[in-house]
Ligand binder design. Structure first.
Ligand code: FES
Length: 150
């Protein structure tokens, strides 16, 4: 039988094996670095924003399957959105992973990202999934500052 857990694992593995939008953007308009000192994993998120629209987004770095998959899905989830919309997706994603309820309140905003709700069952992995997102937030806000999970 194929259930939500199988689907979750299948999608995480697929994005881990074939990460989307992996690499730098030569003409990026901003970037930010994120670091998880507990494991040493790091990610850099690149953005190309024009007229407040995220025209391109990519990432590179070293990370576990969940962090890489989450970053890969994140790029697909925010590309083409306005900066404001991308920040709303970030907030919905963080809310989904940090609330204990099985319900996902922001399904419409999250779309395919909802499959990563499964991560919230594993508190130690939540930072893996949110590392790239906090890094994205810093890049969207143009702070240029590095992000740490601790
Ligand atoms: Fe390092 Fe997941 S174990 S980010």
């Amino acid at each position: 039988m194929f259930d939500a857990q199988d689907l979750y694992q299948e999608i995480v593995m697929d994005h881990n094996r074939r990460p989307r939008n992996f690499g730098s953007i030569a003409d990026s308009t901003s970037s930010s670095e994120g670091f998880n000192p507990l494991c040493g994993d790091q990610v850099t998120v690149f953005l190309k924003v024009s007229d407040e629209i995220v025209e391109d987004v990519s990432f590179e770095g070293v990370g576990c399957a969940i962090s890489k998959s989450s970053a890969s899905m994140m790029t697909e989830g925010v590309k083409g959105k306005s900066v404001e919309e991308a920040l709303i997706v970030f907030q919905a994603f963080r809310r989904m992973l940090t609330t204990t309820s099985d319900q996902v309140e922001d399904s419409e905003i999250l779309g395919d990202l909802e499959i990563l709700k499964g991560v919230s069952q594993y508190p130690t992995r939540i930072k893996c999934a949110t590392l790239s997102w906090h890094t994205l937030q810093a890049a969207l806000q143009g702070s240029g500052s590095d992000v740490s999970t601790e």
